[in-house]
Design a protein around this ligand. Structure first.
Ligand SMILES: Cc1cc2nc3c(=O)[nH]c(=O)nc-3n(C[C@H](O)[C@H](O)[C@H](O)COP(=O)(O)O)c2cc1C
Length: 142
């Protein structure tokens, strides 16, 4: 999987105050010292997040303190974040929360049928994501 344009969820927060976006497949040399919270977003591919995320976390584990995960998947399964979350916690990094919603999926047999979760992420997913981020920040500020 090569890097690509940001997905709908990430696009929805582009330009928001206090948020910087990076495509870590394009560039993983990022100075993380000025960021309080760092999120990783990806689609789910064969049950997993994009491998660039684990590579990045291994490379920067010493600089990561509080992270959250975001993913879209065709099935909408809530269990996809579990393995990566455990992996990150083992690195001694705090995982604040995990957000997920369905994402348009034309993979394999689903493509033949015109895809599943066709209209996702939709407006409701995006506003749920926005509320998720607001809460994350509010909880940090206490
Ligand atoms: C190669 C490939 C494998 C996928 N594997 C899964 C999967 O195991 N489970 C699932 O629910 N969705 C799967 N999907 C669907 C994607 O997770 C979904 O379309 C997601 O929204 C893609 O995000 P993106 O557009 O940011 O790449 C797969 C899609 C592709 C292209």
């Amino acid at each position: 999987m090569s890097s690509q344009e940001y997905g709908e969820l990430v696009k929805s927060i582009s330009g928001a105050d206090g948020i910087s976006l990076y495509d870590i497949c394009e560039n993983d040399e990022i100075d993380l010292s000025e960021y309080e919270i760092i999120g990783f977003a990806s689609g789910i591919y064969k049950g997993k997040f994009h491998p660039g995320i684990t590579r990045f976390i291994e490379k920067h584990s010493g600089e990561l303190k509080n992270v959250f995960l975001v993913y879209t998947s065709g099935s909408g399964a809530l269990s996809y974040g579990k393995k990566l979350r455990e992996h990150i916690v083992k690195e001694g990094i705090n995982v604040l929360d995990v957000f997920s919603c369905r994402g348009y999926d034309t993979y394999g047999i689903f493509g033949f049928f015109g895809g599943i979760a066709k209209r996702h992420p939709n407006k409701e997913d995006i506003s749920r994501f926005s509320a998720f981020l607001d809460k994350l920040v509010a909880d940090r500020r206490g």
